[in-house]
Ligand binder design. Structure first.
Ligand SMILES: [Zn+2]
Length: 326
């Protein structure tokens, strides 16, 4: 039963019964309901914040673990990035310099999707976790591209090394006769007294005086492109070494190779003689580089000590006449 409330009326000087209109009652009820709901919400918020449920606590724990794993991953990616940077530096500064190749352009290295810096900055800015995960994937993608470029670069270096080895094997690099004590080297490249015409003429190679029949050797790997009589050169062999190099061996008495044959450095190709324009048995040897006859003295580097090289320079400077007409 509802309580009856009274109030003191100053006009009638007595207590009168308090009567509420239905709307006042309704407002009171609504007020109570709103207040109760708000209290409930506040209570549940506080309870959730300070006393998480078991599943929420597990989720929070998992989040912490994920964050920790993410931080580890970030650290590892930064380390991989640093290793890659070192490899790239070594590639540019050592290998490419060694093979005289151009360093790889930065845009190519970065795989065309922006540099590592971009993502490194993102990581430091404390973005939301979702964004961090996206940026981590982007960063991984970036690293994969960079590593691909790097591995391609190494492939290229291996190819360059093979090419370099082939070039080194092919270049004329030894003397064409076994002149260990330098007694055969008689006349060098340059202006020399012609032994027959007795006038100074240009000597386009160098002469090694040796008995007829002395073995003559190929000075680099290549293919015999000529083994035939060639006017003043007499019996003559030409070897094409590739890379713009040709060597010529003149005044021979015999050939021991045929045209088209592949020869190695040091392989016997013929014998010393005195055919063609020649005053005595000797080998006239020429090195032709890109069509120009050059001084063969610059191409004996594989079998000369510095002392022997100096001695040969001295002999060449003595201006002795050549032994043949070329
Ligand atoms: Zn000569």
């Amino acid at each position: 039963m509802a309580k009856i409330k009274y109030y003191y009326d100053t006009e009638t000087c007595r207590y009168e019964e308090l009567k509420r209109t239905p709307s006042e009652v309704l407002i009171n009820i609504a007020g109570f309901v709103i207040l109760a709901s708000l209290s409930g919400l506040l209570f549940s918020y506080l309870a959730r914040t300070y006393f998480p449920s078991a599943s929420e606590a597990a989720l929070q724990e998992e989040n912490q673990q994920l964050l920790l794993k993410y931080e580890l991953l970030s650290k590892q990616m930064k380390e991989v990035d640093a290793v890659l940077a070192k490899l790239q530096e070594r590639d540019d500064k050592i290998y490419r310099l060694l093979f005289e190749a151009e360093p790889i352009a930065d845009e190519i290295r970065k795989g065309g999707v922006g540099g590592a810096e971009k993502y490194r900055n993102l990581l430091d800015e404390g973005l939301k976790r979702e964004q961090l995960i996206i940026s981590s994937f982007k960063k991984l993608d970036q690293l994969k591209r960079q590593m691909y470029v790097q591995s391609k670069s190494y492939d290229e270096i291996v190819k360059m090394q093979a090419e370099r080895e082939k070039r080194l094997a092919s270049m004329p690099a030894i003397r064409p006769v076994a002149d260990n004590d330098l007694t055969m080297f008689i006349s060098g490249y340059g202006m020399r007294m012609h032994p027959i015409y007795k006038v100074r003429k240009f000597h386009s190679g160098c002469d090694f005086a040796a008995p007829t029949g002395t073995p003559v050797y190929a000075t680099g790997e290549g293919i015999v492109r000529m083994a035939d009589y060639d006017g003043g050169y007499g019996k003559c062999i030409e070897i094409d070494h590739g890379f713009g190099f040709v060597t010529k061996y003149a005044h021979l008495s015999a050939y021991t190779v045929k045209v088209g044959q592949r020869v190695k450095r040091g392989q016997m190709i013929g014998r010393v003689g005195s055919t063609g324009t020649s005053v005595s048995p000797h080998l006239h040897y020429e090195v032709i580089k890109n069509g120009q006859k050059v001084n063969p003295l610059g191409y004996f580097f594989n079998d000369l000590t510095p002392e022997q090289y100096t001695k040969m320079l001295e002999i060449a400077a003595q201006d002795r006449p050549s032994l043949g007409g070329n």
